[in-house]
Design a protein around this ligand. Sequence first.
Ligand SMILES: C[S@@+](CC[C@H](N)C(=O)[O-])C[C@H]1O[C@@H](n2cnc3c(N)ncnc32)[C@H](O)[C@@H]1O
Length: 385
Amino acid sequence: MIKDKEEYIFQATSRYFAQTQRGVSEIAAEELKELGADQCKPAYNGVYFSADDEVLYKLNYMIKTVSRILAPLVSFTVHNEKELYKKCFNIDWESFMSAEKTFAISSSVSNSKITHSRFAALRVKDAIADRFREKFNTRPNVDTDEPDIPINLNIRNNFCTISYDTSGKSLHKRGYRINAVSAPLHETLAAAILRISEWDGSVPLYDPLSGSGTILSEAFLRYGNRPSSVKERTFGFFNMPGFKKNLWQEVKKKCDNEIREIEEGLISGSDIDKINVKAARQNMNEIRGGEIVNIIKKDFREIESIENSMIISNLPYGQRLGNEEEAGKLYKEFGDFLKHNCKGSKAFLLCGSTELVKKIGLRTSRKIQLFNGPIETRLIELDLY
Ligand SMILES: C[S@@+](CC[C@H](N)C(=O)[O-])C[C@H]1O[C@@H](n2cnc3c(N)ncnc32)[C@H](O)[C@@H]1O
């Protein structure tokens, strides 16, 4: 058995790993700290941190900038699939799962002799199934949608960590996105941008290119102190060894008591495309109280003014929507609009290439490199006088 002193790594150390989008680990570390995590250490695509059970439950329920929270079970060096299978076969999976429970394995592999993450995950699945068959003559089934036992496999520099995924389904699945447009912003990235903007509700927030409304939805969740999922959901930690159901219910109740109502006019947006506006409207309606967010069909060039406000927008990148030339024209026109019609406001714009940023023609106070999935983007901050 690979367990150390009969304890899994997270039990012995109270250390966890919060997975994030590339480029937002520092921002996520701030949010983790705010929600009670300790000793946060940002890494390449996530944050290592310490937490007790109460904080772990609260994080899963509330955190907006993180995709998954992993509890490391065991780790070992590994150089080929055969070795991976053998080492995984020797883990006593039956100490926290049974043949009646379903399981799934998410995986990532980098800079290692094992190169295929899916194939690696299959070997681990085989090891689990074979061990159960050998011991109990039966095996647990795989359920990739709603597994009872979500396992994560990470191999980096030939070092493998097998973790219990305390989140289960990725935390970016908020439950409000019933309709997406062709280039939606990743929910956790929108949440990170809102944190960077430090918008605190003292001025209205407006997104004049709101698409399916991700920025508006995330602003609503953040300012309203709402849980990251708008629907009841099952978390991975419900089936984790040592799960304390009463503590979880207390944590949930405490968080729900902190929900703040939002007044009309504080968060609103518009978009030129009526299909996108309809999608944003439908998504917003999935959030309780979200109907008060006003989203209308309007070309930003026809908006009279957005003064003394926080403007947060995700401009087309040019590569996914339309071409660079068209995008360049839009960036220039949007820059002119900000300059002439948005006095006293602050803007945070998620943009494509640096060439496109230049087309805006305004001095930026800050530029931050961020990734929307695989797409490299820049977040710029503009103070509009
Ligand atoms: C990158 S998308 C925004 C995606 C959005 N953040 C989301 O998560 O769904 C850019 C949006 O700008 C809108 N747009 C393009 N030109 C516009 C204009 N002149 N006025 C208003 N909206 C415009 C598009 O319809 C599109 O929805």
